[in-house]
Design a protein around this ligand. Sequence first.
Ligand code: ZN
Length: 192
Amino acid sequence: MANAPHGGFDGGAVAYDGTVEKEINLNIALRLQKMLQFCGAEVIMTRTEDTATDTRSDETVARRKKSDLQNRLGLMEQYADAVYVSIHLNKFTTGAASGAQVFYTPNFPEAARLGQCIQDSFVASLQPENTRVIKEGTKSTYLLKNAKVPAVIVECGFLSNRQELERLKSDDYQAKLSFVILQGILKYREQE
Ligand SMILES: [Zn+2]
């Protein structure tokens, strides 16, 4: 299951130049969907357009956000044998931080393995200098805390790093990110 977080009313993180996280997340997720399907996997997308998954648009933003997350969790309940890969972009207060990092749910031991496979794939294929380690999702990460299937959040890079931002905006680099995540998922499936 591929999750492009945010969408519609919820743009996610915003870079200094106005680049919005939700659009890049979706591009990467859509490419990943095609690649996974090409490899014979069945893919469930939480969204394929610029819309959030909340059900009531007349609510406050906080309630819509909650509803959006609950609906994404609901999808997990429907597909109990899936793994859940959520594609985000990071943002930090200084411009120095860069590189991908995977977070995993503590609810399933396989999630750490999936996270490690994806992190390893980043280092092997795209970011040899990346020394980040996978981390258990904190309690504030609603989806990871409540995950009903092995779930990971892939933070693909930092919108707050100007060089990385330029890469993240390019089609070519987005395709590479999708491919790296694909490799990680395939590796995880191979190990099963
Ligand atoms: Zn995000």
